[in-house]
Design a protein around this ligand. Structure first.
Ligand SMILES: *[C@@H]1O[C@H](CO)[C@@H](O)[C@H](O)[C@H]1NC(C)=O
Ligand SMILES: *[C@@H]1O[C@H](CO)[C@@H](O)[C@H](O)[C@H]1NC(C)=O
Ligand SMILES: *[C@@H]1O[C@H](CO)[C@@H](O)[C@H](O)[C@H]1NC(C)=O
Ligand SMILES: *[C@@H]1O[C@H](CO)[C@@H](O)[C@H](O)[C@H]1NC(C)=O
Ligand SMILES: *[C@@H]1O[C@H](CO)[C@@H](O)[C@H](O)[C@H]1NC(C)=O
Ligand SMILES: *[C@@H]1O[C@H](CO)[C@@H](O)[C@H](O)[C@H]1NC(C)=O
Ligand SMILES: *[C@@H]1O[C@H](CO)[C@@H](O)[C@H](O)[C@H]1NC(C)=O
Ligand SMILES: *[C@@H]1O[C@H](CO)[C@@H](O)[C@H](O)[C@H]1NC(C)=O
Ligand SMILES: [Zn+2]
Length: 547
């Protein structure tokens, strides 16, 4: 699970640069008069000169064995630290560890108001010599905050913070009031919403502001740990961010057929993504939206509150949910980890093109059009279509069936057959998204290929060079053989046989006769040569004239 990060969303900004001094000689050449009293081994300065944030070496001359000694040490080096230890630093705690080192933890404050994040720690060794100082002091804080009297009170600061995020405390408690809720549950809900409010000095871009630091933590309607700094003089929002970032989340949404479903999503910096990190993959399942035509992969599908309810999000919802279902099917039924059996990322892009009546596997990802509204609606709305396309990816990594003539028709047929295995309610393909205005209609049928213009016996094989040699036409023949097989031996055995044939026996140039042999061999491996299962497969192909 270590790679489960939204790498492309993460932003790393390094505020510090590091310089290493290897001892007295390097140091002696330095013209840094400020640190000339010290023998510095390592120094990290904040780039914007807030003060040193990491300093180590032999830093003190005399003995430093209590907080008063530490303050004297800081005062002795006031050019470097630039704070008045007596008025600005408060000892929070002193600890001594197993190595005999002591750690003095201070916070900086101005007129008794803490500077947010200004924690400064002085470390001494067993011999009571200062060996390091760490943390952050703000050099100019006391000079830059002139008046530290607040004009607005704590209560109104909290109200302003809620207003800023467009919620009230009551909004975060909704949902407990359902018919099953009892008072105890309401109480646990109350506990899950926390308001904290502290007066602090807030630093941003070198500007120091007396502010209320309001922390709002809640679970509903979305997971949040808002940190909101409200200017104590005028009530304006100085800074606000949701510190709940980068977590796997569960959302929900409505699909193309307006059906409700839960979704594995990801929250990063207050935005939700169709990004599923819950599978035991090397990669993830991720869904994009092509905002403008045909550039791939497009943009991450996002939502502000993890309830994917917008009409425009329905195609995204289904592509994501169904990719997860197909993944689960191959993993649970065939122990295959993604299309490459190595846990590869399954990426989908929806809203491809304009009125585009198709879906395809582009060699590395799934792509779905929205249809023109009469021939098709958004194609990701059909689980069998999603399964069909992802099975092409499996075929590509296994049998490698060439996409022309009989091997091409087998390529199509295996995708349809696995479409059935994933969506076994009927033998129709694409019925959920095909001709939305006509009910009961479909693209193809395994049980009745001729209804949709496909041959279902070799006597009617279409000898053509169009459609790559009739791959979408002649697939009716092996499809009918699959129907004969499934209806005779049942789905559970049939899917084992078909998966074994696809991944073990079929090769790029396999034709129909070869497929019959491959399926029979798989049936023999699994259920015995001459078993009733074996004989059913044989009869299934006899019936369509393939020997
Ligand atoms: C509050 O949080 C606890 C622990 O995270 C959880 O068990 C409980 O269900 C939550 N209450 C509600 C109402 O969400
Ligand atoms: C996090 O979200 C805030 C507010 O939406 C935005 O201003 C900020 O740039 C985002 N940060 C990152 C790292 O995306
Ligand atoms: C879509 O792409 C075309 C060509 O790349 C460009 O001219 C157009 O401005 C884009 N439209 C939007 C809404 O981004
Ligand atoms: C498929 O989509 C990916 C983007 O996810 C793109 O990099 C690649 O070039 C596309 N492949 C083809 C064959 O168009
Ligand atoms: C989520 O946000 C959408 C608008 O983006 C809004 O219509 C919907 O009501 C919100 N849902 C919840 C549960 O807050
Ligand atoms: C199978 O069919 C798909 C198109 O649906 C094609 O992209 C692929 O090249 C064909 N062959 C293999 C080996 O997947
Ligand atoms: C298809 O047509 C070609 C040439 O017209 C012929 O040689 C071949 O035997 C035909 N195949 C079938 C299966 O009918
Ligand atoms: C199918 O392939 C086999 C070789 O695997 C070959 O002997 C046979 O003639 C082919 N049949 C057709 C109809 O192309
Ligand atoms: Zn296909």
């Amino acid at each position: 699970m270590s790679k489960k990060k939204l790498v492309s969303l993460a932003l790393g900004t390094s505020l510090v640069f590091s310089a290493s001094f290897t001892g007295a000689s390097a140091f002696a050449q330095s013209s840094d008069s400020i640190t000339s009293k010290m023998d510095i081994h390592q120094k990290v300065m904040n780039i914007d000169k807030k003060g040193p944030s990491f300093l180590s070496g032999k830093l003190s001359k005399g003995i430093v064995k209590n907080d008063q000694d530490v303050k004297k040490f800081i005062k002795d080096n006031k050019e470097l630290f630039a704070v008045d230890p007596h008025s600005e630093l408060t000892l929070l705690e002193k600890t001594t560890d197993d190595l005999g080192m002591s750690h003095y933890r201070f916070t900086q404050s101005v007129d008794g108001v803490p500077v947010d994040g200004a924690i400064f720690i002085v470390h001494t060794n067993k011999k009571n010599e200062v060996t390091a100082t760490t943390g952050q002091l703000y050099k100019e804080a006391s000079k830059k905050v002139t008046k530290t009297k607040s004009k607005i009170n704590q209560k109104s600061a909290t109200d302003l913070a809620w207003k800023h995020i467009g919620l009230s405390k009551a909004d975060t408690l909704k949902g407990a009031q359902n018919e099953f809720s009892i008072d105890a549950k309401k109480d646990s809900k109350v506990e899950n919403t926390t308001e904290k409010n502290d007066l602090v000095i807030h630093e941003k871009d070198g500007k120091f502001t007396l502010a209320y630091k309001v922390q709002l933590q809640f679970i509903e309607p979305y997971g949040a740990n808002w940190q909101i700094y409200v200017d104590a003089k005028d009530g304006s929002i100085v800074e606000a961010f949701n510190a709940v970032t980068d977590a796997a989340t569960t959302g929900s949404g409505y699909g193309v057929l307006d059906d409700y479903k839960t979704l594995n999503t990801y929250s990063s910096n207050g935005t939700y993504y169709l990004y599923d990190v819950t599978k035991p993959m090397n990669g993830v399942i991720e869904t994009f939206t092509a905002r403008n035509g045909s550039s791939l992969p497009g943009y991450y599908s996002t939502d502000s509150n993890n309830s994917w309810t917008a009409y425009s999000q329905a195609a995204d919802v289904d592509a994501h949910a169904y990719a997860g279902k197909v993944y689960d099917y191959y993993k649970n039924t065939h122990n295959r980890n993604s299309f490459d059996n190595n846990g590869a990322t399954i990426r989908s892009t929806v809203h491809y093109g304009s009125n585009y009546n198709n879906a395809f596997w582009n060699g590395s990802q799934m792509v779905y059009g929205d249809g023109d509204g009469s021939t098709f609606t958004s194609l990701s709305g059909a689980l069998d279509v999603v399964a069909h396309e992802l099975t092409h990816a499996v075929t590509e990594r296994t049998a490698g069936l060439q996409y022309q003539y009989q091997s091409g028709a087998l390529n199509e047929s295996f995708s349809d057959v696995f479409g059935y295995f994933l969506d076994p309610g009927d033998y129709l393909m694409g019925e959920d998204v095909y001709t939305p205005g006509i009910s009961g209609d479909a693209l193809r049928s395994l049980s009745n290929p001729s209804k949709y213009g496909q041959p279902e016996h070799m006597n009617n094989y279409v000898n053509t060079s169009s459609d790559n040699g009739g791959v979408h036409t002649n697939s009716g023949i092996p499809n009918k053989a699959a129907y004969n097989t499934i209806s005779s031996i049942g789905k559970a055995k049939a899917e084992k046989i078909y998966y074994r044939a696809l991944t073990v026996y079929l090769t790029p140039t396999s034709n129909f006769s070869y497929a019959r042999a491959a399926l029979l061999q798989s049936a023999a491996d699994l259920y015995g040569s001459g078993s009733s299962t074996y004989n059913s497969v044989k009869a299934a192909w006899d019936a369509v004239g393939v020997y």
